[in-house]
Design a binder for this molecule. Structure first.
Ligand code: AMP
Ligand code: MG
Length: 298
């Protein structure tokens, strides 16, 4: 840990608690169905409270940055992080506080909005494929190809005969990415309707957040059940060892950040990126350096 990141006044928290965040939040592979109602939107995991969770996130972020930098220098593997959630569940906050802390040399965030007319004139994966991470890189998707089986399905933007085939197409697409060496982590930020309403109120009360307000977000609340079903189907049909879904209890912002940071950190640890072996003759380079130094000091 570098001194600038160290909080000297921090109590002696356990910043690497023995808790399997993947096991706690990854959907099981043994079930064909997903029921979001049965999954809590609130959780504290192994943490004593908010301060402990935040200290953990700071420490995990430092390790994530270090491992991601190794991956960048290694230039072989890549990581794709997909974020999906109802409005105000905290995708932006999570990106700001965790995923956006990575070195921008090797990491980029892609927000996917309502498709442009050019995007709509292509297949639904056209804009997505262009944003997938190259070797050594990380891509963070703020919304994703899953919108094409979520909002598109609930709002009836294309007929069922079109969207129903997309699950299989998505599975094949994710297989293709994995085949190239891309690890895929998918996160659903799970909040309760009550917590969402409270966050909408905070947006109303804070002029710097007014730009986020949108009457459509209230309309989507009326369709909460339809969205939940669409999410449950998407997660059940597109959950695999190469591209697993994690349901993150997101009513507590600090737990959302800490648990995603833990899962990303543990995944990067498992990928174990290595600094590249160098071909250069270090003895020769050291000799050249010493000669220059001598000449400068003469
Ligand atoms: P936000 O992420 O809150 O800025 O909003 C982006 C909006 O774009 C959301 O309402 C999404 O549902 C919508 N969106 C993203 N992808 C698609 C898509 N493929 N088709 C239709 N709407 C989409
Ligand atoms: Mg929005």
């Amino acid at each position: 840990m570098s001194t600038e990141d160290k909080r000297l006044d921090e109590p002696d928290w356990d910043l690497d608690p023995k808790f399997d965040f993947v096991d706690a939040h990854r959907l099981p592979f043994s079930k064909d169905e997903v029921s979001l109602k049965e999954i809590d939107t609130e959780c504290s995991g192994p943490f004593e409270g908010k301060d402990h969770g935040r200290a953990f996130t700071r420490a995990a972020n430092i390790e994530i940055r270090d491992l991601q930098y190794r991956m960048y220098t290694e230039g072989k593997q890549s990581l794709l992080i997909v974020l999906q959630a109802p409005d105000a569940a905290g995708k932006d906050g999570l990106i700001r506080k965790v995923l956006g802390q990575m070195n921008p040399q090797g990491c980029r965030t892609y927000p996917f909005k309502v498709p442009s007319s050019e995007e709509r004139a292509h297949d639904f994966l056209w804009r997505i494929h262009k944003a997938t991470p190259a070797a050594g890189k990380v891509s963070v998707f703020n919304r994703s190809h899953y919108e094409d089986v979520l909002v598109v399905r609930v709002e009836d933007l294309v007929p069922k005969s079109v969207w129903k085939d997309r699950y299989e197409i998505i599975n094949d697409f994710e297989k293709l990415l994995a085949h190239r060496g891309t690890r895929i982590l998918k996160f659903y930020l799970h909040i309760s309707p009550r917590e969402q309403l409270e966050r909408f109120k905070k947006r109303l009360d804070d002029p710097t957040k007014h730009w986020k307000l949108n009457a459509g977000d209230y309309a989507a609340r009326d369709k909460w059940g339809d969205y939940r079903e669409a999410y449950e189907d998407a997660m059940a049909k597109c959950h695999s060892k190469i591209a697993p879904w994690h349901v993150i209890p997101a009513d507590k912002k600090w737990y959302r950040d800490a648990s995603v940071a833990a899962i990303v950190r543990d995944t990067l640890r498992d990928m174990d990126p290595q600094l590249p072996k160098i071909d250069a003759d270090l003895d020769e380079i050291r000799r050249l350096y010493e000669r220059e130094l001598e000449e400068m000091n003469e």
